[in-house]
Ligand binder design. Structure first.
Ligand code: A2P
Length: 347
């Protein structure tokens, strides 16, 4: 990577934005310039990048002039509005929102799974949903050896998935409850501290919420197959950071837990965490701040001869969002794909 790039972070003041800044610095991404963008509320704020402090600008029509790469993490409607403008101005956008993920012309990429998909980008590359990324990293290595027929997953999703303000809200709720006061809710529909509730996205006619359907549809797109049957139950839990998932896999033929463990021990982006004597397995507190998806409790499903059970915890802000985006950026830089193929593809 001898070339260096002019990068903008849209949503720099958010939880994922902070992690993008840290990762661009710690992974020495070749930067020619770094522009921090957010809403008007944040104009003039300063954020750390290594040992310097950089100013935040309010995003505007001129923000993407002379920018090669935009890392966007400012919500779906913001991306829908600004990403096509950034592409028209000549930048490539790696978008962390759900706005473009299921667009057939937009690659949806987990670098450990489908790195080759970046080659077909037309200006926008989508970063998958956090729970989907974590599951894909853990299931793909097994799927490579024997195809998965069906996945049944339950998630335990932390406050961080709803952004920096949601994390603060949960902390304030915990303080309020411990002080005997009524907790306030603004971001979440119900108090999350000392509680849990099903993921509060819109529910479809089949009874599945949007987050659950993201796991179904995005996993199929990333794996490049419509054949896998997937059912998900997504739950928000009172954990500050890092999501966990209980995953049941059904294969076409028997898959021993021993073999699965051996495969996952060597899998990219996975760290096997298992001490059966100590009952020690992946925990969100230990996954927080880590790059790898922690996987463990791999066991034979006693209810099905071709079934496996496993458990994972992964940092939603890091591998579930910012790290995956930066890895995509590194892929683009290595493959010399940081040019759009003509402007205004997305209207
Ligand atoms: P701001 O801090 O100025 O509101 P999180 O998901 O952690 O809540 O972060 C959301 C990020 O998206 C923040 O950086 C936020 O900036 C940014 N953002 C939200 N709405 C807009 C908008 N309309 N235009 C630009 N940035 C936005």
């Amino acid at each position: 990577m001898s070339q260096s790039y002019r990068v903008a972070i849209l949503g720099a003041t958010g939880a994922v934005g902070a992690e993008l800044l840290e990762l661009l610095h710690s992974r020495s991404f070749p930067l020619a310039d770094l522009k921090l963008l957010a809403s008007e509320r944040s104009a003039g704020a300063k954020l750390p990048f290594g040992s310097s402090m950089l100013s935040v600008e309010a995003v505007s029509d001129r923000s993407f002039d002379n920018v090669d790469l935009v890392l966007a993490s400012a919500g779906g409607s913001t991306s829908k509005y600004w990403a096509p403008k950034a592409v028209a101005a000549g930048a490539v956008v790696i978008d962390n929102s759900s706005a473009f993920r299921m667009d057939a012309t937009v690659p949806l990429v987990v670098p450990e799974v489908n790195p080759e998909a970046v080659a077909s980008h037309r200006g926008i590359i989508a970063n998958p949903n956090c729970t989907t990324i974590l599951m894909a990293v853990a299931v793909w290595p097994l799927h490579q050896v024997r195809p998965v027929k069906r996945i049944v997953v339950a998630t335990y999703q932390s406050a961080s998935g709803a952004g920096a303000r949601a994390m603060e809200e949960m902390k304030a709720q915990a303080r309020a409850i411990l002080a005997g006061e009524t907790p306030k809710t603004e971001i979440f529909p119900y108090p999350l501290a000392f509680n849990l509730f099903p993921h509060n996205t819109a529910i479809n006619e089949l009874g599945y919420c949007e987050e659950e359907m993201k796991m179904v549809n995005e996993t199929r797109k990333i794996f490049g197959t419509e054949e896998i049957k997937i059912s998900a139950t997504c739950i928000r839990v009172p954990v500050l950071r890092a999501h966990s998932e209980a995953i049941n896999l059904e294969f076409a033929e028997p898959f021993s837990a021993i073999e699965a463990r051996d495969i996952l021990k060597q899998a990219k982006g996975v760290k096997l965490v298992e001490d059966w004597q100590a009952n020690y397995f992946p925990m969100p507190a230990e996954a927080s701040g880590k790059d790898e998806v922690l996987v463990g409790r791999i066991r034979q499903d006693i209810s099905h001869p071709c079934g496996l059970e496993m458990w994972l915890s992964g940092d939603q802000i890091r591998k579930g969002a910012a790290l995956n985006a930066v890895q995509i950026a590194e892929l683009l830089a290595t493959k010399k794909l940081l040019q759009t193929q003509g402007a205004a593809v997305y209207k």
